[in-house]
Design a protein around this ligand. Structure first.
Ligand SMILES: [Zn+2]
Length: 44
């Protein structure tokens, strides 16, 4: 998956959602944009 603005690969970044669940965001390392439609919830 590439950033539509920069044409570089997104990098997975771990974060937490509003419920304190660990999630992975695909973030562009250049512009910092996120792909919100690729949110994944990790149940550990
Ligand atoms: Zn970008």
């Amino acid at each position: 998956m590439q950033c539509p603005n920069d044409g570089v690969e997104f990098h997975p970044v771990r974060s937490q959602n509003h419920y304190g669940q660990l999630i992975v965001l695909d973030q562009c390392p250049v512009c910092g944009g996120h792909r919100h439609d690729s949110l994944q919830t990790i149940f550990t």
